[in-house]
Design a protein around this ligand. Structure first.
Ligand code: ADP
Length: 269
């Protein structure tokens, strides 16, 4: 009885949107292969939730559904809208970072607290795949001078990927280390891993090993740029079939509230 279909071909406007994005790709962006692929994958990612929203709203509009079915339809519309907002925010972040218009709101951030918060945020997602998250850190603050929201975005992206590309019943190890005035955060998974050839491409930019996972390939590029804006670096190691480790190194804040000269210079730049 509950049979919903998205009728016809893709709605006209969606075709136009893709065409406009492709036009922009040719006109504005250098027309190299990587960027062409990027635009087409973004268009695709925008089209998928839009098509679903369109289909569900038409279906609900045609009436005849009981409250329970209507609720499910509304929930999907809401979820897909969130996904669209997330995608558009990623694109905007990326474009601001590219044009150097991204302003960071700097403060003192305890990375241990931040990671504990992230583990709570992703708990349900990990639980669905029966993935255990493990945080290895000393009972002490791990302070950096940084933008708490942006750093959260960085680590959420990394931990999210670790969950997304891990199989059920696996472990994700997160560790915090402090040495040489640096704090290193490592997120290690035992998931599908990335081949050597693809790892280079992922490190380069925008690259998705396969386009099935519903992302933009922008997440790590954005994360890396945020880390660099904090005077840090992001490293990625992976073995196909064995797992991936992403390490972020940030300058440690020695005394609470006193930023190091290096970070101060970076913020002003
Ligand atoms: P996306 O939003 O598409 O996930 P990211 O920039 O976050 O974009 O990641 C780019 C690509 O790198 C992913 O599509 C995936 O192929 C690969 N990748 C990232 N993290 C992992 C991981 N932990 N394990 C395996 N592959 C990963």
């Amino acid at each position: 009885k509950f049979d919903v279909r998205i009728r016809g071909n893709h709605p006209h406007e969606l075709g136009e949107l893709a065409a406009t994005l492709n036009y922009m790709a040719q006109e504005v962006v250098h027309t190299n292969q990587v960027k062409d692929d990027f635009i087409s994958s973004i268009s695709h990612e925008l089209r998928t939730p839009l098509t679903s929203i369109k289909g569900w709203s038409e279906t609900l509009n045609s009436g005849g559904y009981d409250p329970e079915e209507t609720k499910i339809g509304m929930q999907i519309i809401s979820k897909e809208t969130d996904r669209l907002i997330g995608l558009v925010e990623e694109i905007l972040d990326f474009s601001k970072l590219q044009s150097n218009e991204m302003k960071l709101v700097m403060g003192t951030v305890d990375l241990r607290e931040l990671l504990q918060e992230i583990m709570l945020n992703v708990w349900a997602k990990a639980e669905m795949k029966k993935i255990k998250l493990n945080l290895d850190a000393e009972e002490q603050p791990y302070l950096v001078h940084g933008d708490g929201n942006r750093l959260k975005q960085v680590f959420l992206n990394i931990v999210d990927n670790a969950i997304k590309f891990s199989s059920e019943n696996s472990y994700i190890f997160i560790s915090l280390r402090k040495a040489d005035q640096q704090i290193a955060v490592s997120v290690q998974d035992t998931g599908i891993g990335i081949s050597e050839e693809n790892l280079q491409k992922v490190r380069d930019r925008f690259f998705q090993v396969d386009h099935q996972n519903g992302g933009t390939g922008l997440g790590l590029t954005i994360s890396q740029q945020f880390v660099e804006r904090h005077g840090g670096e992001m490293l990625m190691d992976s073995v196909l079939g064995q797992g991936t480790t992403v390490t972020v190194k940030l300058p440690a804040l020695e005394e609470p509230g006193v930023p190091s000269d290096f970070v101060e210079a970076e913020t002003k730049a």
